[in-house]
Unconditional design. Structure first.
Lengths: 394, 394
């Protein structure tokens, strides 16, 4: 008989006072706290917080549309397999609830943090790695509104000592190939010839292979390492067609994957060279680690996707911590204040420019609700006068 | 300048007083009402109602995580292309919100209903069909808890004059091949030798091809037309592997598809012979019609998925109404009272056993809120004391 069981799961919706309509995912967060055996663990969903909370507390619709809570609360939590069992249970019993993947992700991350604390081991060790290798961070920023602004951003990144940078979203891909080229040339000029330049199209071409092809000459000219998300994740045929002609510019994608099979399909049918997984969306560390294993077997490079808090960043890096050759990691450098208010620690770069995961138990980060309280939103969800959810007191 | 714009979108969460933990999706419904130009249209999401409502009203998180409302309210609505534009806008601006597909589905269905009323044409005609062909309904039921109970159900279905029936969920696939075989033999015995027998495994084997293979001899022995959802929708490799060895028993799947590319992938890589689309989940009639077009081009048979209300059934049949050769349609016969309380009309079978879509404008069904009022749940969602959603008065 298991004596340690999941006792409670709490959600905290935190946000900047003003949300801008730009591709910056660090403006709010859905933070999750799980308690068991006298400890708590913390995780974060890459998601709209309100529907994610709703997917946890909603009434059952039928046997494949349970609230996520029904498959988590009271479950045994003593071994990594217990977490995998909870994950599989949520998948089966909430199969008809799309938002459940977002909700599960934050819970799963918190469960690995919690289990690590209960067993006094880092999460990456519980996942099966003997060592957490240093990762080379790429500065992840949005394109400027003009090539001049992009040049300024790239120069600043170089000055800060980054050896890799990713530019994305903004106006890229919305105008003509010449305009995109101007931004790319500016980014390369600012970063210098030796830095790795990564480009994120932010699904702007949806599934239009011909339009995407027009971006390739400029990407090749600036020696871009990858073209990320030319299409939406489900447009596998478009990915596959573009991959055949993209040459040295490899395709990258996967952040939209909401279970490990979706990511696997992008490898098997989409021909991507880099699989980018957001642990806050795919189902947490459990599904992300399955992708890392599969990518290794297929010769594809695993990269974390993370554009949120320091807690989310730390969680996103656990699943490939022990893969030495998969060296680079996403590293947001324009995140908002709320993204630094969740944990006491930051994942700063060392003197050698590399980022190292904590060796401490769980995720190795200290979450202090008093720090994020200024950003906390008071949410109430009632059905028939009964309170299903109310923001916990901190 | 368009003079007709979407003025309001309202959600109604209706449910049976007691929800059973079985695979019966007719126990609740998320009904959507859209108003424009002095008319209203109605649709239904195949979804947990609470998170679906939350995805409509939630605050913006960033530029790819808007509430669905932001891409619908105030939009022009005068032509079918206006609906397609709204759909594309929701997809782009709510790309990082998985639940948005569920929410969009009910809205999109309501928009086609509404546009049909504004233009005095049936929805299937607006979708591009000259005629709505009669469809042969297959009685869709759950397996019995024992082979005897399955036999009883099958016999009753035959007595009611159905020439096709689908059995699914329940204990099927959870025990051994012998047990499954007993249920299948019972189903065939009850239906008679000439009826089409369809089998729904309800994703019970997740992605396990070897386990699924064990079901094939019994399925072949009873001449099953299809094996539905042996795996989850994203397990494309498993579908593809099983399709290669399934012989005369074709694979069916697609109800889990939440955009048209996901369904396309099941055709291109999963090798399915029947693509089953739930208009309440894939994004409404707009995405479902794209799948129908693609399936036609690929020689795959389109079938509606519907296990909810008469309104949802009517909506699910529009996208393939004009394809004469895709003859059979899903037809729930064990639905709960709430599923008949949304519309005044029912889609009853004619004397010849076929089901015909209404020739009246829009979906051709009359929704009367007074009918579903006894099942209506009072929901309140507040953030910071501000009411984001409250169940509308009927």
């Amino acid at each position: 008989m298991a004596s340690t069981r999941v006792e409670s799961v709490d959600f905290f919706y935190v946000a900047m006072p003003h949300i801008e309509d730009i591709g910056d995912g660090s403006q709010d967060a859905c933070v999750v706290r799980v308690a068991a055996g006298g400890q708590v663990g913390w995780g974060e969903c890459e998601a709209a917080p309100l529907p994610s909370i709703a997917a946890f507390v909603c009434p059952m619709s039928h046997s494949a549309c349970h609230p996520v809570s029904a498959s988590v609360l009271g479950e045994p939590l003593e071994t990594p397999d217990d977490i995998r069992r909870i994950s599989a249970k949520v998948r089966a019993r909430s199969a008809d609830s799309l938002q459940a993947s977002h909700t599960l992700s934050g819970i799963d991350m918190a469960l690995w943090d919690l289990l690590g604390r209960l067993r006094d081991e880092p999460a990456w060790k519980l996942l099966g790695y003997a060592k957490a290798y240093p990762k080379l961070p790429y500065a992840s920023v949005l394109f400027g509104d003009s090539p001049e602004e992009t040049l300024g951003k790239a120069t600043a990144i170089r000055t800060k000592g980054f050896r890799a940078a990713k530019f994305g979203w903004g106006p890229f891909g919305t105008k003509d190939a010449k305009y995109d080229s101007d931004h790319l040339v500016a980014a390369r000029e600012g970063l210098g010839a030796d830095a790795r330049l990564l480009v994120d199209a932010g699904t702007v071409w949806v599934d239009d292979v011909e339009r995407a092809k027009k971006s390739l000459p400029a990407l090749e000219a600036v020696k871009a390492t990858w073209l990320e998300e030319p299409f939406i994740s489900s447009a596998l045929g478009s990915y596959g067609a573009l991959a055949k002609v993209s040459g040295k510019v490899r395709l990258a994608g996967g952040e939209g994957a909401h279970d490990w099979h979706v990511a696997r399909n992008m490898i098997d049918y989409g021909g991507i060279g880099f699989v980018q997984i957001d642990a806050g969306r795919i189902g947490g560390l459990t599904d992300a680690k399955r992708v890392a294993d599969y990518a290794q077997a297929k010769g594809v490079t695993f990269v974390n996707h993370s554009f949120q808090s320091q807690l989310a960043l730390c969680g996103s890096m656990q699943p490939f911590a022990g893969i030495e050759k998969d060296e680079i990691c996403e590293y947001p450098i324009e995140a908002r204040d709320v993204a630094y208010a969740i944990t006491v620690e930051r994942l700063d770069r060392g003197a050698d420019g590399f980022v190292r995961l904590p060796e401490k138990p769980g995720l190795g980060m200290t979450v202090d609700p008093a720090r994020f309280k200024p950003y906390l939103l008071d949410v109430e969800i009632k059905i028939g006068g009964r309170m299903l959810y109310r923001t916990p007191r901190v």
